[in-house]
Design a protein around this ligand. Structure first.
Ligand code: ZN
Length: 497
C-alpha cells in the first residue's frame, strides 16, 4: 500500500474523533473547519458530494487555504466523508436534512447535471437540503414532491429577504423577472434545472429503500412545518454548523464514532483499485474482461508508485489519470460561480483532460518533439512509438514491450517528466494570465523542463544505485548524462539552460 494512503488512514482516526465529539475541542475543530471553508468560498456539502470547489475545477481545497485544513479536507475526500445510508436509523426530521445532492440518492446526476448552475446558484441562498426543495402535500399519495414553479419562486424570494434584508426595500428591482445574471434569476434557473432533473432522473432512479423511508413520513416534524403546501415554504435560516448531522457522518464507510485505522486502510486499498474512467482505454471483449481491465489499471498503479518518482511527478500523473487536473473553466460570467469546463485557451476545443494532455495540437507537438529526447535517453530509435490516448495515459506499455527489460524504466522516467512539464506549465498559465489578452497555455521552455526533471531523477538514482546496475539501466547509450570522475554530469553536448 502506498505510504500516502497509509497516512490518510491514520489521519482519518484523528479527524473521525473530532467530528464525532461533542467536547469543546471537537466543537472548536468543527467550527474552525467550517469557517475555513467559508473563507475560501466553499460549502461543506460540496465535500460530501465530491463536487468541484471552484476555480481550477478540483474537488480539493484551493492551494491558497491554510495547509493544515487543506490536508484535513483532502483526507476527508480520500476517505469519502459522507452520510450514513442506513435510512431506518434517521428520524423524519433527519432524513429531510440530507443534502439534495447526496450521491447515494442522486447517483450520477451529482456529477453530470449539477455542474453548471444548480449548486452555485442555490448554495449561497442556503437552499441545500431535501427540506429546502420538497413540499408536503398531505392529500396526495406521494406526500413529498418537488416544489412547483410558483412554490419555488416564493421560497427563493423569502430566502433572499431573510439573508439580504436590503432586498426587501426594493423587491420590484431585485425580483425583476428578466433573464439576466442576478442572484434571483440564477437561483430560479438553478432550481428549474434541479426540478427537471429530480422529476426525470433522480426520483425514478433513487434507491427503493430510500423512497420507502420517505413515504413513511405522514406528518411533518414541528421544525419543518413550513414545508406544508400553502405556507411560504421557507425554513428558518440556520448556521451551517446546525445543518450538518454530525453524528450521521461517515468516514471510509463507517460512522465516525466507529472509525478505526484498520477500516480506513481496508477502504483505501479497495478504493485504490477503483478504475478511472477513460472511455478510450478498453481491453478487448471476451473471457475475464473485467479482470483484465483491472490488471491494466493495477499495472498503471505500479507505474505511478515507481520508487524514484518525485512527489511532484507522482501528483501530476495521479491527477492526470484520475482526471483531476486543472482545466480552463468558463469565466464569461464575472462574479458568477460557473466552474464547468471551458475551452482550451490555445485552440478553442473543450479543455477536457484527454484534450489538455494528449489531443491539443500544441501538446501533440510536445509529445512528438519529446520522442527525440527519448531516443537520446535510450540510445535507440523510437519509430514504433504510438502517441495514442491509451499509450500516453498508461506510460507506453506497448512501446516498453519492444525494448530490452533493463532499459524499459527509462521510458517511464521520460513519460513522467513530460507529464510533469505539461502539468506545471498549464497550472502556472491558469494561475497567472499570460499573453496579451488574457490566458494562453504557455508551454515555452517545456523542453528544458523535461531535461532538468530527467536529470534530477537520474542524479538521485545514481546516488543510491549500484554502479554497474546504474550503467546498464540508465547510462549505456544515454547521450544526456555521463560519468566524470565518479560523478554524474550533464553531457557537454546538451546545455541544461
Ligand atoms: Zn487545445
Amino acid at each position: 500500500m502506498h505510504p500516502k494512503k497509509m497516512a490518510d488512514a491514520l489521519n482519518g482516526q484523528a479527524i473521525a474523533r473530532m467530528l464525532s465529539s461533542d467536547s469543546e475541542l471537537g466543537t472548536a475543530f468543527k467550527l474552525q473547519f467550517l469557517r475555513t471553508i467559508e473563507e475560501q468560498e466553499g460549502f461543506f456539502f460540496r465535500l460530501i458530494s465530491n463536487a468541484h470547489w471552484g476555480p481550477g475545477g478540483s474537488a480539493r481545497m484551493p492551494l491558497s487555504s491554510p495547509p493544515f485544513w487543506r490536508r484535513i479536507y483532502d483526507t476527508m475526500l480520500e476517505l469519502d466523508l459522507s452520510y450514513s445510508t442506513c435510512w431506518d436509523e434517521y428520524s423524519d426530521e433527519e432524513i429531510l436534512k440530507l443534502p439534495f445532492d447526496f450521491p447515494a440518492i442522486v447517483g450520477d446526476c451529482a456529477k453530470q447535471d449539477f455542474g453548471r448552475r444548480v449548486r452555485s446558484s442555490l448554495y449561497p441562498l442556503q437552499i441545500c437540503r431535501l427540506c429546502d426543495i420538497l413540499i408536503f402535500r398531505p392529500t396526495h399519495a406521494a406526500k413529498l414532491q418537488f416544489r412547483n414553479n410558483a412554490e419555488g419562486v416564493k421560497m427563493i424570494q423569502s430566502k433572499m429577504v431573510r439573508l439580504f434584508p436590503e432586498v426587501a426595500a426594493d423587491r420590484e428591482y431585485h425580483f425583476r423577472p428578466s433573464q439576466d445574471n442576478s442572484v434571483y434569476a440564477r437561483a430560479r434557473k438553478g432550481l428549474g434545472d434541479l426540478r427537471r432533473c429530480w422529476d426525470k432522473k433522480i426520483w425514478p432512479t433513487a434507491p427503493e429503500d430510500f423512497k420507502k423511508r420517505l413515504s413513511k413520513i405522514l406528518t411533518l416534524p414541528e421544525s419543518m412545518i413550513q414545508m406544508q403546501e400553502g405556507l411560504d415554504g421557507d425554513l428558518p435560516i440556520v448556521p451551517v454548523f446546525e445543518m450538518i448531522m454530525w453524528d450521521k457522518l461517515t468516514l471510509a464507510g463507517q460512522l465516525c464514532k466507529n472509525y478505526a485505522v484498520r477500516k480506513g486502510r481496508a477502504f483505501m486499498t479497495k478504493a485504490y483499485v477503483l478504475q478511472p474512467t477513460w472511455e478510450e482505454i478498453q481491453v478487448e471483449e471476451g473471457d475475464g474482461r473485467e479482470r483484465r481491465q483491472e490488471q491494466l489499471w493495477r499495472r498503471a498503479w505500479t507505474t505511478v508508485n515507481w520508487k524514484y518518482r518525485p512527489a511532484t511527478h507522482h501528483e501530476a500523473y495521479w491527477k492526470f489519470i484520475h482526471k483531476r487536473s486543472w482545466r480552463a473553466e468558463n469565466r464569461n460570467n464575472p462574479g458568477a460561480m460557473d466552474f464547468t469546463i471551458g475551452l482550451c485557451y490555445n485552440c478553442g476545443e473543450r479543455d477536457t483532460v484527454s484534450h489538455s494532455y494528449i489531443l491539443c495540437p500544441d501538446v501533440r507537438y510536445i509529445w512528438e518533439r519529446a520522442t527525440i529526447f527519448l531516443q537520446r535517453l535510450l540510445g535507440r530509435p523510437t519509430t514504433s512509438i504510438q502517441l495514442s490516448v491509451q499509450e500516453i495515459v498508461l506510460a507506453f506499455p506497448e512501446f516498453r514491450q519492444t525494448l530490452p527489460k533493463e532499459v524499459r524504466q527509462r521510458v517511464v522516467l521520460w513519460h513522467s517528466a513530460v507529464i510533469y512539464a505539461i502539468t506545471s506549465l498549464r497550472e502556472s498559465s491558469l494561475r497567472t494570465p499570460t499573453g496579451n489578452d488574457g490566458n494562453r497555455f504557455d508551454f515555452e521552455g517545456w523542453g528544458d523542463r523535461v531535461l532538468r526533471e530527467m536529470y534530477d531523477v537520474l542524479w538521485e538514482i545514481h546516488e543510491v544505485e549500484d554502479v554497474k546496475k546504474f550503467a546498464t539501466e540508465w547510462l549505456d547509450g544515454n547521450s544526456y548524462v555521463e560519468i566524470a570522475s565518479g560523478k554524474l554530469v550533464f553531457s557537454n553536448r546538451f546545455s541544461r539552460e
